[in-house]
Design a protein around this ligand. Structure first.
Ligand code: MN
Length: 417
């Protein structure tokens, strides 16, 4: 190890030790905290189906060159991101990333074998896989209603899709011997005011009851449901609001998914973690950064992300708080965007793990003393601990990682045209 790096780390370790924090333990915990990387950052939520353009109230803006156009390119991109992240991680895929050998397979006819390439690849690289039903970018979702559709045939189609996706998730979890988190998000809502908010929610509840009627082993599949405040074209009403899914997850013992871009800008998503954990088996966090109408900017280590990491770490809830990334930006180098977001999350997790929790708890209620201690602890050299972590895990620091991502993307853009 480089001498100055070792010196900086030793100094940092001593400073943290004085406040009752063991930096080696923090690094071990960080190393055993997998992040679930969203495959859709690599192709602007395109998917591998022939037909539809992106719909469902979401939009990837930008036209950075070198977008992945198929499974092998997307997986190659993800491997590149793995080299830029310390630790073993998971990959989050959507049903629309099925590989069907050029054959058209409807979403209610998918099978685990359509994800064979993903499963084998994940096993070969010791990665876990997570899964999502896909309720957007499809002709049967064109009117913005899927599980709340008043046409029984369309609703039945989507119910069957989700049931099949749970089966696929369980098959993946079984094969990889690591529970696959299956997440459900639908775009259903309305651009303008509606007179009846009750019927769509009754339909949604009935659809979900059908979807979750089969009990699956939690060793194979863990179900989560995801809310949203609004989408593009669903500004006035969204059937699957936070309260709706909170109630549903509580009544069924499901994970509740909190997407950091799916709430009101002044609402603290971090504060919801300790409020929910007494009641749900766990939480799925979709780490993102909402900016005005866009819920999917690349996360940076801002206050919202720092608070989220602290609230996951403080109650020792890391195992129950599943950390997945969910953003897409087509105006950045796509590899760089995914690695940057994931590294930001790892950095804030490290800062949270290095917090002198015992000391701060002792000082709770003592007003300025608590604040003074927190300010001091916040400025301790966590950067030196992070650098040490990268060095130990053989992952490039800055600017090497940024140069590597830029170089990879440049080559990919040339090859892919
Ligand atoms: Mn999300």
């Amino acid at each position: 190890m480089e001498k100055s790096l070792e010196k900086s780390y030793d100094l940092a370790r001593t400073q943290y030790h004085a406040l009752g924090v063991d930096t080696d333990t923090a690094l071990k915990q960080l190393l055993s905290t997998p992040l679930s990387l969203q495959c859709w950052q690599g192709d602007d939520v395109g998917g591998f189906e022939e037909s539809s353009a992106l719909s469902g109230g979401i939009l990837a803006t930008g036209n950075y060159p070198g977008k992945a156009t198929g499974g092998s390119e997307l997986r190659a991109d993800l491997l590149e991101v793995f080299t830029l992240l310390p630790g073993k991680h998971r990959v989050n895929i959507h049903a629309m990333y099925a590989e069907t050998d050029g054959k058209r397979v409807e979403r209610d006819q998918l099978e685990p074998e359509h994800f064979r390439h993903w499963i084998d690849w994940a096993r070969n690289h010791s990665a876990g896989l997570d899964f999502n039903s896909t309720f957007f970018s499809h002709p049967k979702a064109a009117d913005g209603r899927t599980l709340t559709n008043s046409d029984p045939a369309i609703r039945a189609f989507w119910v069957k899709h989700a049931k099949i996706c749970r089966t696929i998730a369980a098959a993946i979890g079984r094969e990889l011997r690591s529970p696959c988190v299956h997440n459900l998000w639908i775009p259903d809502g309305s651009k303008d005011l509606v007179a009846d908010r009750t019927t769509p929610r009754k339909l949604l509840k009935d659809s979900l009851d059908q979807i979750f009627s089969e009990t699956l082993s939690h060793q194979e599949c863990i179900d989560a449901v995801e809310s949203k405040l609004f989408g593009i074209g669903s500004e006035s009403f969204v059937a699957g609001s936070h309260e709706f899914y909170m109630g549903y997850a509580l009544s069924k013992g499901l994970l509740l998914c909190l997407d950091m871009g799916h709430f009101h800008p002044t609402e603290s998503v971090a504060d919801k973690v300790s409020a929910l954990l007494p009641f749900v088996p766990g939480i799925l966090v979709h780490v993102s950064r909402g900016v005005r109408w866009d819920s999917d900017h690349v996360p940076v280590a801002d206050d919202a992300l720092r608070s989220l990491a602290r609230e996951a770490v403080r109650p020792g809830a890391i195992g129950r708080v599943h950390l997945a990334l969910d953003f897409f930006d087509a105006s950045w180098n796509r590899i760089g965007a995914l690695a940057a977001g994931a590294r930001s999350l790892q950095r804030v997790l490290l800062s949270a793990l290095l917090e002198p929790r015992a000391l701060l708890e002792t000082l709770e209620g003592s007003h300025f003393e608590a604040s003074a201690a927190a300010e001091h602890a916040g400025e301790l050299p966590h950067g030196a601990v992070w650098e040490r972590f990268l060095e130990t895990e053989g992952v490039p620091g800055w600017p090497e990682w940024s140069e590597a991502a830029a170089l990879y993307e440049k080559r990919a853009a040339e090859e892919r045209g």
